[in-house]
Design a protein around this ligand. Structure first.
Ligand code: ADP
Ligand code: MG
Length: 259
């Protein structure tokens, strides 16, 4: 082995290309046996490095997101939800809304798939290499309220303002107290300013949002202004899927379709 050949492995390691370093020997042998061009050899080695890095990024993104469960669009049975246009779901799955800093709001009664769709879009965002954070309104209010009391609001706020996508689940189930309503407003206002998308789910139509925001119609309209300035609003209808499943209990599980 000449000097340059000897330097290949420590060189890759020093540059932090761990997977390429790990595969150097086997890929070199493959290249020699197959009479590969230099470009092909290099391309092959780098492709392995890139794939491994992407895999690691996705794993970390999924951990960071704190999804309550992993749900996928492919598991969503569109036949059970005729109020949903499958083309719209396909469009959202491309992630274009993230580049356009568009928000997505799912409205509808309990059990119609709002959280499922929000998580599924979040998972696909994580798989596209972006940071996502999932929270319910109650959890957000609790954590930010605690952080404020402990004088570390700024740091805690970063969890909600920095990720490419923030998913806020279950707005409207509980009436927020004024301090918590104001914290939620701050999150939404900051994300609006910095152009970060929000996916929000709610069982309450917008005209009842004053109730959610501590009975304050001014704050509710300031939130809605920002949230809906650039947004896709999807209203889901129908019976609860949970009930449907229960009725079918004992029968075959419903067929999942790719929307
Ligand atoms: P919501 O958030 O609207 O209350 P969820 O998304 O939590 O409803 O849905 C309740 C359960 O039913 C979840 O386990 C979800 O995966 C499932 N579910 C709802 N709608 C569908 C659907 N159309 N296809 C497959 N699973 C569904
Ligand atoms: Mg839900």
């Amino acid at each position: 082995m000449n000097l340059h050949e000897q330097q290949a492995l420590p060189g890759l390691q020093a540059l932090g290309l761990a997977t390429a370093a790990e595969h150097l020997e086997s890929v070199s042998q493959q290249a020699a046996a197959g009479n590969w061009s230099y470009r092909r050899f290099l391309g092959h080695l780098l492709e392995g490095e890139r794939t491994a890095r992407h895999h690691k990024t996705v794993t970390l993104n999924l951990q960071f997101a704190r999804f309550p469960a992993i749900k996928r669009l492919a598991q969503f049975d569109c036949a059970q939800q005729p109020s949903l246009d499958p083309r719209l779901v396909e469009e959202l799955a491309t992630g274009r809304y993230l580049a356009e800093a568009r928000n997505v709001v799912f409205l509808g009664p309990p059990g119609v798939g709002k959280t499922h769709l929000a998580i599924a879009l979040g998972v696909s965002c994580a798989e596209q290499g972006h940071r996502v954070y999932f929270t319910s309104v109650t959890e957000l209010a609790r954590r930010l309220g605690k952080a404020m009391a402990e004088n570390r609001l700024h740091r805690e706020m970063n969890n909600y303002t920095r990720p490419k996508l923030l998913i806020i689940d279950e707005a409207g189930y509980l009436k927020l107290e004024p301090a918590h309503a104001s914290l939620l407003f701050q999150v939404i206002a900051q994300r609006y300013q910095t152009g970060g998308s929000i996916i929000l789910t709610s069982n309450k139509p917008f005209d009842q949002w004053a109730e959610v925001f501590a009975g304050d119609p001014v704050m509710a309209s300031a939130v809605l202004d920002r949230l809906l300035h650039k947004a896709t609003v999807i209203t889901l209808k129908g019976d609860s899927y949970r009930m449907l499943e229960r009725k079918k209990a004992g029968g075959a599980p419903p067929l999942a379709r790719v929307c």
